[in-house]
Design a protein. Structure first.
Length: 230
């Protein structure tokens, strides 16, 4: 997410959709199966069962993913420190990219319990990634991998790593045109929404942690950093 070769990248064809209802890492071959953190609330055992079933095929031999449940922060009951996640946010940054009719800029909004809990869950995941030497797939429990997910991840992960990416989005909603094409099907991103699934490298996690607190919904926060090339 910097002006050099380390940037936010994404596949032009998202490989994950949302379910509706430091040290340089070693070569990619050494990081498979890819350590995967699935963010899931304790009270949503149904979602954990669902995502576990959807990811089962990617854990068969040869395994692509090593899946681990990551206990989500519950914004209703858990403490969310203000030095990690703010309590309100201004719409001005996001308004530069959100072209929906009636979307208002420079409006102060209170962060909901859900938004703060979601953001804190991702912050905690970033801390975990920052302590590793290999990239980690961070996934939310409503993610639905497409049929091409496995093939595309095996192909695009080493390409993104070779380009020095901080983060590789596997699911996204584009908020702006691509900055540039890096490889066939792999683009440098300007602004992307959703945090349903992304591969994060330790050096990228450290950059995000240096920018705390999260002062808007977490997908907007990450998107703004890529827009600023931070």
């Amino acid at each position: 997410m910097r002006a050099d070769s380390r940037k936010a990248m994404a596949s032009d064809d998202p490989n994950v959709r949302r379910r509706i209802n430091g040290k340089r890492p070693p070569p990619t071959n050494d990081v498979l199966p890819l350590h995967t953190l699935v963010i899931n609330l304790d009270r949503r055992k149904d979602r954990w069962e669902g995502i576990s079933n959807r990811l089962k095929e990617f854990q068969a031999s040869p395994p692509l993913l090593s899946v681990h449940r990551f206990q989500a922060t519950d914004g209703l009951t858990d403490e969310v420190p203000l030095d990690a996640v703010g309590s309100c946010w201004n719409t001005s940054r996001n308004a530069k990219f959100d072209g929906r009719q009636g979307y208002r800029a420079d409006v102060e909004l209170q962060m909901t319990h859900g938004e703060r809990g979601c953001a804190m869950s991702h912050v905690r995941a970033w801390r975990t990634v920052a302590g590793r030497i290999t990239p980690v797939l961070v996934m939310e429990d409503d993610a639905v991998p497409t049929k091409s997910f496995g093939q595309r991840l095996r192909q695009k992960l080493p390409e993104a790593e070779a380009l020095g990416a901080d983060v590789l989005y596997l699911g996204h909603i584009p908020g702006a045109p691509w900055r540039q094409k890096k490889k066939p099907g792999l683009y440098e991103a300007e602004y992307l929404w959703t945090t349903v699934a992304y591969v994060l490298w330790p050096h990228g996690a450290k950059k995000l942690l240096e920018l705390l607190p999260v002062d808007e919904p977490v997908d907007n926060f990450m998107a703004w950093q890529m827009a600023q090339r931070l």
